[in-house]
Design a protein around this ligand. Structure first.
Ligand code: NCD
Length: 306
């Protein structure tokens, strides 16, 4: 198994052994978040984000800094030549001269794949439209493993916008590599694409429902997502559906005592702030696991760890 020089475009490009390897390397990274390291001394990461981001962009920046490297970033691509009409391929051809790894977020589903085919340096997909978000899925798995001790045997509910939410697409595929049960909880109009449901159902048990209350007593992980307002072709549709699920400490009364609530963040109103003070909340801890998972990925694709 070799990660050196490898692109991270889709979670489907990885088998279980490879995902487990990433999680094992993430564990090695944990102590380095305190003391730092020189493992990636001299290496430069370039961020290029065509959509807003807080956690993904900053955690990649923090990750490379903690490993002794550095980053260059175009803030949301507003001030670069992209606004002058430069195409993505040209931008990538330039960036690869400045950076050892490119982290790309784009509003088009195929953008990361295209960039990876052009670039000589590894490209990491930091979110491709309503398609995928593979590094988020890896950090979600890592959070489950660290907080619950195992991924095999878990029942996981993915709740919210399963149609446009890219994190849940990658996570459903990732969980299907393990012995898991998946509950897909969404309004009818925001169900997960049939293609993904079919693929994942070939590997694990999948239960689809509109009612979050029914599944809460059964699950170990409640993975809540934001309704992806910006991807609705019709804003009236968004207005109709927003606020459809609202998880509060009340909603969690029938939950298993060790249930964890995850969320890729940002949240709008789907998890109320009183949940923050329950023993179930893990979404802020999850952002720290995101840092170590991304440190691991950078070490691997840049060849600092086999
Ligand atoms: C997610 C994304 O960008 O897909 N955010 C993230 O990376 N943590 C989720 C979202 O925007 O709702």
């Amino acid at each position: 198994m070799s990660f050196k020089g490898r692109d991270i475009v889709s979670i489907r490009d990885f088998n279980r052994d490879e995902v487990e390897h990433v999680l094992n390397v993430a564990r090695l990274m944990e102590p380095l978040t305190m003391g730092g390291s020189k493992m990636l001394d001299g290496k430069v990461l370039s961020n290029i984000f065509f959509e807003p981001s807080t956690r993904t962009r900053l955690s990649f920046e923090s990750a490379i800094l903690k490993l002794g490297g550095n980053y260059i970033s175009i803030p949301e691509s507003q001030v670069s030549s992209v606004v002058k009409g430069e195409n993505l391929v040209d931008t990538i051809r330039v960036l690869e001269n400045y950076a050892d790894v490119i982290v790309l977020r784009h509003f088009l589903e195929g953008a990361a794949r295209l960039a990876s085919e052009v670039a000589v340096v590894p490209v990491i997909n930091a979110g491709s439209g309503g398609g995928e978000h593979p590094t988020q899925a890896m950090l979600d798995l890592y959070t489950m493993e660290r907080e619950l001790g195992t991924i095999d045997g878990l029942s996981v509910a993915l709740v919210g916008d399963l149609k446009y939410g890219r994190t849940v697409h990658s996570l459903a595929y990732a969980l299907s590599l393990y012995d898991t049960t998946l509950y897909l909880v969404s309004p009818k109009t925001l169900e997960m694409r049939r293609e993904i449901v079919n693929d994942v159902s070939n590997e694990v048990t999948v239960v689809e429902t509109n009612e979050v209350g029914d599944v809460i007593p059964n699950v170990d992980v409640l993975y809540v997502t934001r309704i992806q307002k910006e991807r609705f072709p019709d804003q009236e549709e968004y207005e109709k559906i927003k606020g459809v699920y609202r998880i509060s400490s009340n909603t969690l009364q029938n939950a298993k005592s060790n249930l964890i609530v995850l969320h890729p963040l940002p949240r709008v109103d789907e998890v109320t702030s009183d949940v923050d003070y329950t023993p179930h909340a893990r979404y802020f801890k999850e952002t720290w696991y995101g840092l170590v998972t991304r440190m691991a990925l950078l070490c691997l694709v840049l060849g600092a760890i086999e």
